[in-house]
Design a protein around this ligand. Structure first.
Ligand code: RIB
Length: 307
């Protein structure tokens, strides 16, 4: 579908420079390990999702901020080529958001985020882009900007709100319940239930999706890594398979899933079709190092689901 017929997507979120070290295994508390790598690349959950969606042909505008340091250039390298509209990205005094990432031999990552310029994406900042948000068909949010900026973006939205609450931070319950879908992994799903004051009574993913739906979400998409994903709507739960791949680096593969999901939704696809496509995109991203550097374009051959 040509992107002139797509719904506009606005991503209000973080932009980071990712400083990545490769290690055989993750260090224990108090332990020093030798690693390799030390490269800086483009990241941030907001930027990753915007780039993923734009590279798949969606019409995307990014609202966010970078600092005045050299990291800003690194953080925006991929977005510049992705086709995303960057005119609502501000440059604010101080450092760009920085993520310190370790990736182990089995492809698993651990991440610490220092917000830097992302901390300036407040309600006042978001208000400057009120028209853009009001006119967009889909607003996509994560948990790496201040809660008041997140909440204002939801309040301004007149279309669909997709929320990937990663990390799970405290945000207004009214705004959070606008999510359609709420996109979380199992761990985040349980934390969201805690935040809503109704702790999970199960660790079973299907049960968690049911409990989230009971909290009033119109739809829930739960990513389960190598096990695929679940799509839940009231009265219906669908298992989404994922291709079997050899994971090299899972950094940003959840963001690739989120970007692909909204890209498909913006074309008018239903949630199950969109999640099925997103699972293949997320799996592809895990086969390559880095976040945005691992994302496919429209011409990439994605791994297939073998039943
Ligand atoms: O989801 C992966 C992302 O989390 C990284 O790119 C890092 O910047 C953090 O935001």
């Amino acid at each position: 579908m040509s992107n002139s017929t797509c719904t506009d997507i606005v991503v209000v979120g973080s932009i980071n420079a990712d400083l990545t070290a490769k290690v055989q295994r993750h260090p224990e508390p108090g332990e020093t390990l030798l690693g390799s790598g030390g490269t800086v690349s483009a990241g941030g959950k907001g930027a990753n999702q915007a780039v993923a969606a734009a590279q798949l042909g969606a019409k995307v505008t990014m609202i966010g901020a970078v600092g005045t340091d050299q990291m800003a250039g690194e953080a925006l390298t991929h977005m510049r080529q992705s086709g995303a509209d960057m005119s609502a990205i501000a440059i604010v005094d101080g450092p760009t958001g920085l993520a310190i990432i370790t990736v182990s031999d089995d492809g698993e990552n651990s991440i610490i985020v220092i917000p830097g310029a992302n901390a300036s994406v407040t309600a006042e900042f978001v208000d400057k882009h009120s028209q853009l948000i009001e006119n967009s068909g889909i607003v996509l949010l994560q948990g790496e900007i201040p809660a008041d900026g997140f909440e204002r973006a939801v309040d301004l939205s007149q279309g669909r709100v997709v929320i990937n609450l990663a990390p799970v931070v405290s945000v207004g319950h009214v705004q959070l319940r606008r999510a359609d879908p709420l996109l979380v992994n199992e761990h985040e799903g349980a934390l969201v239930l805690d935040m809503l004051g109704t702790p999970a009574t199960t660790s079973d993913p299907q049960g968690l999706v049911a409990e989230l739906l009971n909290q009033g979400f119109a739809s829930v998409v739960m990513t389960l890594g190598a096990e695929g994903a679940l799509v839940g709507t009231p009265g219906q739960l669908t298992e989404i398979p994922t291709p079997k791949i050899q994971a090299v680096d899972t950094t940003g593969s959840g963001d690739a899933f989120a970007g692909a999901l909204v890209a498909k939704l913006s074309e008018g696809a239903g949630l199950i079709e969109a999640a099925t496509f997103a699972a293949r995109v997320g799996a592809y991203a895990a086969t390559k190092p880095g976040a945005q550097a691992s994302y496919p374009t429209l011409t990439t051959e994605l791994p297939s689901i073998i039943h």
